[in-house]
Design a protein around this ligand. Structure first.
Ligand code: ZN
Length: 452
């Protein structure tokens, strides 16, 4: 249950986001009174990419925790996530041994090195954890802080994934006029969700699920998130209604041996696991069509990095080809957003976004890693139109999501300079590509109105 708490609704960078937050009690450590420096230009020919507004296509939001608390919580989550699910005698001792290793590991990962250096050049301090804490501690009001950083980095709006299982616009720390929201379907396809509602038949399950999705659309939701690659494959077979009903009854009658993320059941019997995935396939295929008819994007987590729960086999996106070419899905016009670039499957994602006009990707989480971001941007822009690619952070900490867009502009300038100087693209082509990646694609895909 402790892991359930630690990893509840976590995104790929969820833990990272928490760790980017600092200890408010350490305001006195030396950086009080700091004001951000005027940011240097990021030039692409005659264009300053800082003048182009950004939209963050994937963010989370959590209560700010102290660095010491969040570090401990998430190091524990990663240690636990990398161990076999369920209880076994050596588990506690193993976890205790792994926690300090994960805490130290995270401190030297590119997002943290980059963030400390962003703080240093923005506030004129040494790139240390204490100074990061002190900078963040200067901002007691989270909403004011978000607005300040969004204005500083010219982030017009964010797409915020709601943490709630209620299909209503979340009450957010982000300024109310600066976010749209999406909704995670992960908990709603589990046997426990059906059981809690007295649902025993697949028709009733489908109706209850699609009703929630309809309510989402009515309440202004922009997309349905599938975080399911954390606990099952992301390929979806066609299952008949009768087979789905039989499979649901098998799953409802079975006793799980453990749960992933506190909610996705694990069974010792592979036949029961197959039944679970079969009825879920049936529901998800119906969801894809319904979402398309309602104009809701389907947002699928595809990425293996950092979080120890993520498996390469379950994140393999190749089976999505059958979903993208499904006649009912095509008729509904459903848009798919494969988030976090699909890494290490970004070549497959590049292929998909070049093949299908209704498939998009974002650079969330990857955007905190300048070296990998450069590689991924080159792969995407090398194969597909820029209006299929979106900036995103996947983080919630104000300094961390600001660092992510600073990075995005710097790496875009570097990559697009090659298009301009060596590939024969015009200045106009390069500016259009920068505008699309930074905000134009997200504004269109998530229907974000321009601010008056
Ligand atoms: Zn996320």
């Amino acid at each position: 249950m402790k892991r359930r708490h630690a990893l509840k609704m976590i995104g790929l960078g969820g833990a990272a986001a928490m760790l980017a937050q600092a200890d408010h009690g350490r305001a006195e450590s030396g950086a009080a009174g700091l004001t951000p420096a005027k940011p240097p230009e990021i030039k692409l020919g005659s264009i300053d990419l800082r003048e182009i507004e950004a939209i963050d296509a994937h963010t989370h939001e959590r209560t700010f925790l102290t660095a010491s608390k969040s570090n401990a919580v998430y190091a524990r989550g990663f240690a636990d996530g990398g161990l076999p699910p369920g209880q076994f005698p050596e588990k506690d001792a193993l976890r205790d041994r792994l926690i300090p290793a994960y805490a130290a590991h995270w401190e030297q990962m590119p997002p943290q090195v980059g963030l400390r250096n962003y703080i240093a050049r923005t506030y004129g301090v040494e790139p240390t954890r204490d100074n990061l804490d002190a900078v963040i501690a200067r901002h007691p009001d989270a909403t004011v802080y978000y607005r300040e950083k969004m204005d500083y980095e010219r982030i017009a709006a964010v797409v915020l994934q709601s943490e709630s299982t209620d299909p209503v616009r979340p009450k957010a720390l982000f300024p109310d006029d600066r976010f749209v929201w999406t909704f995670s379907i992960g908990p709603l396809i589990q046997p426990g969700w059906a059981r809690d509602r007295g649902i025993t038949e697949i028709d009733a399950f489908k109706k209850a699920l699609l009703d929630v999705v309809t309510t989402c659309a009515t309440n202004g939701c922009r997309g349905i998130k599938l975080p399911i690659a954390y606990y099952r494959p992301i390929s979806f077979r066609k299952v008949s209604r009768a087979d789905a009903d039989r499979a649901l009854k098998i799953a409802l009658a079975a006793t799980p041996s453990a749960f992933i993320e506190g909610r996705a059941p694990i069974y010792d019997d592979d036949k029961i696991t197959a039944a679970l995935w079969a009825y879920e396939d049936y529901l998800l295929n119906a969801l894809f069509v319904h979402a398309g008819e309602l104009g809701l994007n389907i947002i699928i987590h595809v990425c293996v990095a950092l979080n120890t729960l993520l498996r390469a086999d379950w994140n393999d996106p190749r089976g999505l080809y059958h979903t993208f070419t499904d006649a009912a899905v095509q008729a509904a016009g459903t848009r798919f957003v494969l988030i976090h670039s699909g890494y290490p499957y970004h070549h497959h994602v590049a292929s998909f976004i070049s093949q299908f006009p209704n498939v998009y990707t974002d650079l969330s989480y990857i955007s905190h890693h300048p070296g990998t971001l450069e590689e991924v941007l080159r792969v995407f822009l090398g194969l597909a139109p820029s209006d299929k690619i979106m900036h995103g952070s996947d983080f919630s900490g104000p300094e961390a999501f600001a660092y992510s867009v600073d990075n995005e502009r710097r790496i875009l300038a570097k990559v697009l300079a090659d298009y301009r100087d060596h590939y024969g693209w015009t200045d106009r082509d390069c500016e259009r590509m920068a505008r699309n990646v930074l905000s134009g694609t997200a504004r269109k895909v998530f229907n974000i109105p321009a601010r008056g």
